[in-house]
Design a protein around this ligand. Structure first.
Ligand SMILES: Cc1cc2nc3c(=O)[nH]c(=O)nc-3n(C[C@H](O)[C@H](O)[C@H](O)COP(=O)(O)OP(=O)(O)OC[C@H]3O[C@@H](n4cnc5c(N)ncnc54)[C@H](O)[C@@H]3O)c2cc1C
Length: 467
């Protein structure tokens, strides 16, 4: 006979989003929650991360709302020196373990089913014992919809011939024989991390080849910082960005100006990026990456043989003693938008660009506070992950529209200002610059925002017609 578990909510996925969602339910309701996940520990894909992974945003606004992550200190060395700490993958996993074992489980309101697969209709099978349980829940929360994939658990999307050395970044620190060279494949954050890791281990940049299907616009992490010492700088950057948008005469001219101003960064001044995926770097990291001159911009890899790499646009040579580092898994897949709230089902998605944990916590607060799916869905307009240049326009516009809507609701405004995970206005944000400079910046942003948003909407409209 299958055991039946009764619970208010069934949360499928104990990744960062499922954890951040449950945390707010724990704080703001007296609901009971069953959490199921295939992994043996909470934290989702962070369990499969490469050993040198770090957050690419400060720890101060990552994790769950109710518990600090990290020590609120600044890095003293490395590419992030002088800026607020970035938790390592191990720290993130330990943190989620503590949230589960020191907060959720002792509350007596959470039942956690690790190493278990959700099969649908409330049915869960333990992957080790094979024992099945059925959860009878008022609501099911799908915290798996964002479909994050990481190289360690994905096979490359191209063919790899027998004998070729092709590894995920996880295996880089285990290399025992120095190869002829390294080929890093991919244009995202994982590829950047792998290149930086090789350089930080004194690998000669001449023997690193970087296969970059698309260049990306990057954000300068120095302007994504909490703490009062960064307040003026961060706010000024936001004001200037909106002023550039409002004054721009075309989409291209706007990107030129954003580049000159430093609001956006690019790897090679001669190559216009076509991709935007919220990637952050510091100027030190960017300078390091620019030491790699052998950048292959010939499309995606189709096949790696012992002596050749076939790409979309050409074939380049390689060797059996070259290590190919596969960084092509899509950690930020674009998913079709679904309503967040449907009858008995919540589908967690981003309501602020690339801010998954904030979004999950916000959705939980809306769930706990408002009645009726219409109003809840109105408050939780989904802002899907960005991918291309036009998505910078779209996400800047949609984030701003969501913020304006939220701040018009006094209850939500108060919640946001107390939310640790809100890196823009909450406890994780830089404190407002005090005195005349702060007032001046606030005045400037209020004045320019309407015309900037109008301009963004027009560019988006134009761009959609062209595409
Ligand atoms: C290298 C890297 C760095 C990143 N850095 C940042 C950062 O600095 N800041 C930031 O905000 N974001 C960052 N991200 C984005 C990150 O993906 C999100 O912050 C967040 O971790 C996503 O969590 P999730 O819960 O959506 O997904 P996941 O971590 O994928 O969790 C989903 C869980 O669902 C489980 N699951 C799926 N299907 C089932 C099933 N049928 N039954 C049982 N369990 C199931 C999976 O086992 C998994 O544990 C980074 C991502 C990567 C890859």
């Amino acid at each position: 006979m299958i055991e039946k578990v009764v619970s208010d909510y069934l949360v499928v996925g104990a990744g960062a989003m499922g954890m951040a969602f449950t945390d707010v339910l724990m704080t703001e309701t007296d609901a009971t929650v069953t959490i199921v996940d295939r992994h043996s520990h909470p934290g989702g894909h962070w369990n499969d991360s490469y050993p040198f992974v770090r957050l690419h945003q400060p720890s101060s606004f990552y994790g769950v709302n109710s518990r600090e992550l990290g020590n609120d200190t600044k890095d003293l060395e490395g590419g992030n020196a002088g800026l607020y700490e970035l938790a390592s993958g191990t720290e993130v996993v330990t943190y989620f373990d503590q949230v589960m074992n020191q907060q959720f489980l002792p509350s007596g309101r959470v039942r956690y089913l690790p190493t278990s697969e959700y099969l649908g209709d409330g049915l869960i099978r333990d992957l080790i014992s094979g024992i099945e349980v059925v959860v009878d829940a008022r609501k099911t929360v799908n915290a798996t919809y964002m479909n994050v994939t990481v190289p360690a658990v994905t096979t490359p999307s191209y063919d790899v011939m027998e004998g070729v050395q092709c590894i995920p970044p996880n295996e880089l620190p285990s290399i025992t024989t120095t190869p002829d060279g390294y080929v890093v494949i991919g244009g995202g954050k994982t590829a950047i991390d792998s290149c930086l890791w090789l350089l930080s281990n004194d690998v000669n940049p001449e023997i690193i080849r970087w296969v970059l299907p698309r260049d990306q616009w990057m954000l300068d992490r120095a302007y994504i910082q909490p703490g009062p010492e960064f307040a003026d700088r961060v706010m000024l950057r936001q004001v200037e960005t909106m002023e550039i948008v409002a004054a721009s005469t075309s989409l291209d001219q706007m990107f030129d100006r954003l580049l000159e101003n430093g609001a956006l960064l690019q790897l090679d001044p001669a190559v216009r990026p076509t991709m935007y995926r919220c990637c952050t770097v510091t100027s030190v990291e960017l300078n390091e990456l620019q030491r790699i001159s052998n950048v292959v911009r010939l499309g995606r890899v189709r096949q790696i043989g012992l002596h050749d790499i076939d790409l979309d646009d050409a074939t380049v040579s390689t060797s059996p003693n070259t290590i190919h580092v596969d960084c092509t898994a899509d950690g930020l897949a674009r998913r079709p938008i679904r309503p967040v709230f449907e009858d008995g089902l919540l589908t967690l998605q981003t309501v602020r660009t690339c801010q998954q944990v904030f979004s999950a916590a916000f959705i939980a607060h809306v769930e706990a506070t408002y009645d009726g799916e219409t109003i809840k869905n109105e408050l939780c307009t989904v802002v899907p992950h960005p991918d291309d240049t036009l998505d910078w326009v779209r996400t800047t516009l949609e984030n701003a529209l969501n913020s304006i809507k939220w701040n018009a609701d006094p209850g939500l405004k108060t919640w946001l200002s107390n939310a640790r995970l809100d890196g823009f206005s909450g406890r994780g944000a830089p404190r407002q610059a005090a005195g005349p400079s702060g007032d001046d910046l606030l005045g400037r942003i209020r004045e320019v925002t309407p015309s900037a948003l109008e301009k963004l909407a027009a560019y988006l409209d134009e761009g959609r017609k062209v595409n």
